[in-house]
Design a protein. Sequence first.
Length: 123
Amino acid sequence: MIVGIGVDVVHVRRIEHWLSVPGLTERFFHPLELSTALSRGSSAALSLAARFAAKEALGKALGTGLMGIRLADIRVINNHNGQPGMELYGSALARFQASGAKTIHLSLTHERDNAIAMIVMEA
């Protein structure tokens, strides 16, 4: 049973700006998520934009937004085939468990200027 859906779009220039402000990205991204994206060199901002869109989409799928959730408690990962997924910690995990959902389905896409994420939460 589907218990929530969410979609979000992020303009890559927003993330490029964040990368120019020391310490700002650490507020929004899990340390491992950030290091993985930064290892991608010139495509780091595009990767982070997709990940930030996923976090926003999760808030929408939860139906509560992200208030009270530490964004670094949400980590977007990729499995061995490149399929995206999420690992939740602390405040994000507590909110997800309270929703009654058991599974998160995540889809990401991006092209030059924009990144989009869609989430379906299933019980």
